[in-house]
Design a protein around this ligand. Structure first.
Ligand code: PEP
Ligand code: MG
Length: 830
């Protein structure tokens, strides 16, 4: 009688029986038996009935492997017939006895005989009259009298429940929840302990923790017999499903019974090694435990419960770590829509940055800032975002874009800021002139209307559903420390700004694995010198612009080194897809013309000249370092000067400099020799020593294939899976959002490959790259720094190919820490 042969409920009841808890007599039917019943076989139900006390009423409940997979509802009071009515009338009185029978007739008619539920609608009478009408209605509709033989009733119930489980709809529903095709159903036949009779009688549920917080608190509901009758007369489904919070406190009324229940629940918690809710009845003050189910819990409560069970020695720490879904951790880090809040869904897109955000719609960064200044939360809605929007993104509670995918500007920045973000909501039509967005349903939303983004599942909702706050409590911290004790792969963060770095430290990242230096220039007061540098026509002009950027960069790097004190920091040299830095509208062109003191027409011409047909494959990354080497020279100098400045204050800093978008060994050689020269110059000028590490981002397919060539010039290789995915598939990271859902829906891709690493294709390239690099240089440090770094399945792949660390957005660091720990534990125990 153990899972998976009889299902979770059967297994739990068996354990309760072994604990000698007062469980009514129970017989469990196995998956095989239920399957046989569905196919037309039937056990000897008379023999089954005979195993129970003479005249007992029975109930049948489903027992699948996982209660979340659903299943047919329980059927109660089997065995109720004219004879039992007469018996129970003597003990319970005519009204209660008739009501019990009436409820059974109704549930049998609807759920077992599958008669039309409307047939009972017109019955207004209660008690004996109501019952007589119901029996008549049954006979009319079924063209036979209501079955009186308990064995026949039981057979019908078993058959209908078994068949319901095997129906196509039920199968598809449970498969959607992760059940295998051949998931079985067990059935539990149990003698009913009616909470009716003399003395204290009633029914209820009790648990020892609060389901919201996971903190110890005895909660539950109890319905005494008199309230139960009232509830029955009000037409509630069944006595045992009535959950009425109006009930008196059982603790006050019956302290001894309450103490017994609590003791039973405590025993169950300890021996079943889980917080359980007990379902009980009281008959004449006698406790009967009908069932025990795992307490429902929020992610926050789940963490608290696991930690408390481990702290009390009930489960091992490893098990506590294994019990928490990494995704649930992400929910703890962000405000979420309350699980039971009604959702008025008006559209959906790609869930690019988790958490819930509610605010008034604004359509420009300037409006977002103005709204923020008025203390009015807003949702910034853009076709797509660019560096000019960064201030607005900081000011907005959430960001919604019509275009873009998991690695588009809005998505990357949103995750970095921890701002909820939905991108690629292509079916939401944006009209920037009219300042409206139209939902697929045709409903139009205007500037100022309130909407909510659910960045955890990509939904866009009208109005302001209730939300629950982020909860990083002590239990979370404890669980994370336990996870870190198990982990065998390091976790770093992608952090571009001091704020990102502080978040990364706070989440115990073991360093920065990617600082995208061009992101340091997204702020309004910095984008102009950056543009001036990009715009410079002559070496002189470029030098002048670089001279402005140098002190800014030096200060940035010093701050990052200080915040990350003692931890490694990988600084990636500029990789600006140029189009992200060019003004795209008239106002932007005018601003730049003012800054450069040039006519707008000159600026427009230069913007056109710099324009590329395919900027993501254009003058980006190391190509910039080859063609305009002064730019990387400036960055190297800023890094080295900051290294010396910060090393004077504390531990020596060893910066890690990374070259983006490399595809050939010669690129690395050329840039390396210039950086070495800058290092030598700074050493000579300052008369001080320092070391640095140079690494390469492996994000073109060629770099993977030629990793053996490239690695002698690099101390570390970091796989940039965003670009590598883009180039392996030939799939634009900015445009794929438009058709990605069609591709996933039609099964072309199992998942968005920008979200879940494509282990088969992109993964093979990474494995080749890792292998070829290690063959030449065994001690090279290998890592991944694309957005996949925070995805549990992708981390499994990175571990398997022997990477030293993964680097992901700061807010994903805890998820990555937990996922990595679970992988290590799984390996240890298997
Ligand atoms: C990458 O391509 O995977 C990466 C991390 O770099 P970026 O997203 O900045 O191109
Ligand atoms: Mg890249």
């Amino acid at each position: 009688m153990a899972t998976p042969t009889h299902g979770g409920r059967a297994k739990c009841l068996q354990r309760l029986v072994r604990l000698e808890l007062p469980v009514p007599r129970t017989v469990a039917l196995s998956f095989d038996m239920v399957h046989t019943i569905a196919s037309g076989g039937m056990p000897d139900t008379q023999a089954l009935v005979d195993t129970f006390c003479d005249g007992a009423l029975l109930c049948v409940r489903p027992s699948s492997e996982d209660p979340d997979w659903g299943g047919p509802g329980a059927i109660l009071n089997i065995g109720m017939n004219h004879d039992r009515l007469a018996d129970l009338t003597k003990t319970l009185g005519p009204d209660a006895a008739s009501e019990l029978y009436l409820r059974f007739v109704q549930s049998f008619a609807i759920h077992v005989a599958r008669l039309d539920p409307d047939m009972f609608e017109e019955i207004e009478a209660t008690g004996a009259d109501g019952l007589a009408e119901a029996l008549r209605a049954y006979e009319d509709e079924a063209e036979e009298p209501f079955p009186q033989d308990p064995a026949v009733q039981l057979a019908e119930v078993l058959r209908s429940m078994a068949r319901a489980w095997e129906g196509t709809t039920a199968r598809l529903l449970r498969q959607a929840k992760g059940a295998p095709m051949d998931a079985g159903l067990g059935l539990v036949v149990q003698e009913m302990a009616l909470g009716l009779g003399q003395g204290e009688c009633g029914s209820g549920v009790l648990q020892l923790v609060n389901s919201e917080t996971g903190l110890p608190q005895v909660t539950g509901r109890y319905l005494s017999q008199s309230q139960g009758r009232e509830a029955l007369q009000q037409g509630n489904e069944s006595l045992y499903l009535v959950r009425d919070p109006r009930g008196p406190s059982l603790e006050e009324a019956e302290p001894e019974i309450f103490a017994t229940l609590k003791k039973n629940a405590e025993l169950m918690r300890r021996r079943l090694r889980e917080e359980m809710q007990i379902e009980f009845t009281l008959v004449g003050g006698q406790v009967h435990i009908l069932d025990g189910v795992r307490v429902q819990r929020t992610p926050r409560a789940a963490v608290r419960i696991a930690v408390r069970l481990a702290e009390e020695g009930i489960i091992a720490r490893q098990e506590a770590v294994m019990r928490i879904e990494p995704r649930a951790i992400s929910e703890l880090l962000h405000r979420q829509i309350a699980p039971d809040a009604p959702r008025d869904v008006i559209g959906s897109g790609i869930a690019a940055s988790p958490g819930a955000a509610t605010g008034r719609i604004v359509f420009s960064a300037a409006e977002a800032q103005a709204s923020h200044a008025r203390n009015e939360p807003c949702i910034l809605v853009r076709r797509e975002t660019s560096p000019e929007d960064i201030r607005g993104m900081h000011a907005a509670a959430g960001v919604l874009t019509e275009r873009g995918g998991m690695t588009s500007h809005a998505a990357v920045i949103g995750r970095g800021l921890g701002t909820p973000c939905v991108v690629g909501a292509a079916r939401m039509k944006l009209n920037l002139k009219r300042k409206t967005i139209s939902a697929g349903s045709g409903k139009v939303f205007r500037e100022g209307d309130i909407i909510t983004l659910d960045g955890t599942n990509g939904q866009i909702l009208a109005g302001a559903p209730q939300t629950v706050e982020a909860a990083l409590d002590d239990a979370f911290q404890v669980l994370m420390t336990w996870a870190d004790d198990e982990r065998d792969i390091s976790i770093r963060a992608n952090a571009d700004t001091p704020a990102d770095a502080a978040t990364a430290r706070n989440f115990a990242a073991q360093g920065i694995g990617l600082c995208r230096t061009e992101h340091m220039f997204f702020e309004a007061d910095r984008i102009t010198p950056m543009r001036e540098m990009i715009f410079a026509d002559t070496a002189e002009d470029r030098q002048a612009a670089l001279a402005i950027l140098l002190p800014m960069q030096r200060a940035d790097f010093s701050e990052l080194f200080r915040i990350m004190e003692g931890l490694p920091v990988v600084i990636r040299l500029f990789d600006p897809p140029l189009h992200e830095f060019l003004p795209s509208d008239r106002a932007g062109l005018r601003d730049l013309a003012e800054a450069l003191d040039l006519p707008v027409s000159d600026v427009t011409r230069r913007v056109d000249a710099l324009g590329e047909y395919n900027p993501m494959l254009g003058l980006r990354g190391v190509r910039l370092g080859i063609t305009l080497p002064e730019i990387y020279d400036m960055q190297a100098r800023a890094i080295f000067e900051a290294t010396l400045d910060t090393s004077e204050e504390g531990e020596p800093v060893v910066p890690e400099i990374m070259l983006p978008l490399v595809s050939a060994k010669r690129e690395v050689e050329l840039v390396r020799s210039r950086i070495d020269a800058v290092a030598a110059a700074v050493r000579a000028e300052r008369g001080e020593e320092f070391t640095y590490r140079l690494g390469v981002m492996v994000e073109t397919p060629r770099a993977c294939l030629r990793a053996g060539d490239i690695v002698p010039h690099s101390q570390f290789l970091s796989f940039g899976t965003n670009d590598l995915t883009q180039m392996t598939y030939g799939l634009s990271r900015d445009d794929a959002g438009r058709f990605m859902s069609d591709y996933v829906q039609q099964g072309v891709f199992r998942e968005d490959p920008f979200h879940m690493l494509d282990v088969e294709g992109v993964g093979e390239l990474i494995a080749i790259g890792a292998e070829r690099a290690r063959l030449v240089q065994q001690d090279v440090t290998l890592s991944i720094c694309g957005e996949h770094g925070g995805n549990p399945a992708s981390i499994a792949f990175c571990r398997a190919v022997g990477m030293d660390y993964v680097s992901c957005s700061p807010f994903r660091v805890p998820v990555a820490r937990l996922a990595a720990a679970q992988l290590a534990i799984t390996d240890k125990i298997s």
